[in-house]
Design a protein around this ligand. Structure first.
Ligand SMILES: [Zn+2]
Length: 262
């Protein structure tokens, strides 16, 4: 099966134009990278106001000799993952801040470009609303979803685009509790149409950790993440340069908690 992923070659040429570095004209934006809730607004101001900040960049840098501040697309892989996890904490505690963002402004600012900081490969399951459970709004997360969160050439292509062209710093491959695709694969259920096309992708996890559903789902997330690291030359290259991180995770649909599996 792995041979089907060998086509994951690509030019991998990052569009440097979208990785715009901006300066912090107020000199307090460094706090935006600390991952604290209180820094959330500053973080978003940077994001939403990137055009404005970008316009002020030249003057700001020359005037104050200010340290250039990293824009959203220049978060470190660890900081990008932390941003996701902070959002999940807000989701769990019911203190969502993404709804405070001005969606009209956000939509206007993202018509011509996008600078998501993270990519997520999740299941198509309706109980896994990715942006919501990470408390993220428009333009922040590049999401691919397919039943069983399996890695296919099309998924690789999408995530390569997210990382190499749009500049996402982390890719989270996330399984979830009570996943029907994993359950059906464990049971080798007779299913209509082409649903069983998912089985071969998930079978290695069943072989490794089945028949326990949670263990198999976690194993599947790790296997798919490993596949992504290995099958894509673009992603492998970015990992080597430490521009990107690929991690596996597990979403508990009962508690709302996302756990990083490594
Ligand atoms: Zn699922």
């Amino acid at each position: 099966m792995s041979s089907s992923f060998d086509s994951g070659k690509g030019t991998g040429k990052a569009d440097e134009a979208v990785r715009v570095q901006t300066a912090d004209s107020t000199c307090n934006g460094a706090a935006a990278l600390t991952g604290k809730d209180s820094s959330r607004r500053q973080f978003l101001q940077l994001t939403v106001g990137s055009t404005l900040v970008g316009a002020a960049t030249v003057a700001g840098m020359e005037l104050a000799g200010a340290r250039p501040l990293l824009a959203q697309s220049n978060l470190s892989p660890d900081a990008a993952l932390q941003e996701l996890m902070d959002g999940n904490r807000r989701f769990i505690s019911g203190r969502l801040t993404s709804f405070e963002e001005d969606l009209t402004i956000l939509k206007q600012k993202t018509i011509d470009k996008q600078e998501p900081f993270a990519s997520v490969l999740a299941c198509a399951d309706s109980r896994v609303p990715v942006e919501l459970l990470f408390d993220q709004s428009i333009g922040h997360v590049f999401v691919t979803r397919v039943a069983g969160n399996v890695v296919t050439p099309e998924i690789i292509a999408s995530l390569e685009y997210g990382a190499a062209v749009l500049g996402t710093e982390v890719i989270l491959v996330m399984g979830h509790a009570n996943c029907g695709a994993v359950k059906a694969t464990i049971q080798a259920k007779e299913v209509p149409g082409q649903i069983s096309a998912l089985y071969p992708h998930i079978q290695p996890a069943v072989d490794q950790a089945g028949p326990d559903l949670e263990a198999t789902t976690k194993a599947n997330a790790k296997i798919q993440a490993a596949l992504l690291r290995q099958a894509s030359t673009v992603i492998a290259g970015m990992l080597k340069e430490k521009k990107l991180k690929v991690v596996a995770g597990y979403y508990d649909i009962g508690t709302g908690v996302v756990t990083i599996l490594g």
